[in-house]
Design a protein around this ligand. Structure first.
Ligand code: ATP
Length: 261
């Protein structure tokens, strides 16, 4: 297996609180892994550091790209995104007034570079690129079975569909690594089942490495090849779904907390 992201003794301190405490882990290329843990365990804080939203207090994060390893510890979110990392957020962050297709187009445009002069003068390349972007967006919407709602404003769609649009928008940036922060939150069982199939298809079709934070344990157990468990900022266990379900420390972390995931 080829390593894709190496997290080396990473911590994040907020005031006196160690939200993430000395986490070390390696994410292999092409895997689908889940990060679980009780509420407040530090999952989103860890995601935020891995995607450049906020830098760690200590430790290093190395992303392995086609051009070799890149230290992303101090890089900003837009720089990490350019290196092939995409994410979705716990709270949907779409352009609600824009249509589904427009949301995907916006995500796609950064992949295409047209010169200022070419754009201003509307040279033929400008129109060729614009057509290529639109075709790619249509293909993605077809793949994700969103073609029917392509021209609908995203805010008008059911919650589960908006979540799917958010995932398509992330995939539209052509990432190597995709972080999904609680994608099933607020979904009904049917939407959750659809989501599970969708994530599997993304992985198979695009070969993207997927890292999932999720509280829906049946989804996690069904999808994840390996599971990492955070509790009070520390990584207390990692293993296959079977190993995690029977791990005494994990059971105690979930049963012992005030909030159960
Ligand atoms: N910006 C911040 N400033 C201060 N404390 C923070 C900040 N962000 C997170 N925390 C604290 O860090 C801890 C970890 O929070 P985090 O959101 O990472 O947990 P989580 O595992 O994602 O929880 P949940 O499952 O509820 O989303 C919590 O105690 C939280 O209150």
């Amino acid at each position: 297996m080829t390593q894709q992201l190496v997290i080396d003794h990473v911590s994040k301190v907020f005031g006196g609180l160690k939200a993430v405490a000395d986490v070390t882990m390696t994410i292999e290329q092409g895997t689908l892994i889940a990060l679980i843990g009780p509420n407040g365990a530090g999952k989103t804080t860890l995601f935020n550091m891995l995607t450049g939203e906020s830098g760690p207090s200590s430790g290093t994060i190395t992303l392995y790209t086609a051009d070799g390893p890149v230290d992303i510890t101090k890089k900003k979110a837009y720089q990490v995104a350019k290196l092939g990392v995409a994410r979705t957020f716990q709270n949907i962050r779409l352009f609600g007034a824009m249509t589904v297709k427009e949301n995907v187009l916006v995500a796609r445009t950064h992949l295409y570079r047209e010169s200022f002069i070419g754009t201003m003068l509307r040279l033929p390349q400008f129109y060729q690129q614009e057509a290529a972007v639109a075709t790619a967006a249509d293909e993605l919407l077809d793949f994700f079975e969103l073609a029917d709602v392509a021209d609908e404003p995203t805010a008008s769609l059911p919650y589960g569909t908006q979540r799917r649009v958010e995932i398509v928008r992330a995939v539209a940036t052509k990432p190597q690594l995709l972080f999904l922060d609680e994608p099933a939150a607020g979904m009904n069982p049917e939407e959750t089942a659809d989501l599970g199939r969708l994530i599997t298809r993304i992985r198979e079709h695009f070969g993207i490495t997927v890292v999932l934070i999720e509280h829906d344990m049946s989804l996690v157990m069904k999808l994840a090849e390996s599971i990492y468990v955070l509790d009070h900022g520390a990584m207390i266990a990692s293993g296959t779904p079977n190993e995690i379900q029977t791990n005494a420390q994990v059971i105690s972390a979930y049963l012992g907390g005030e909030n159960h995931a």
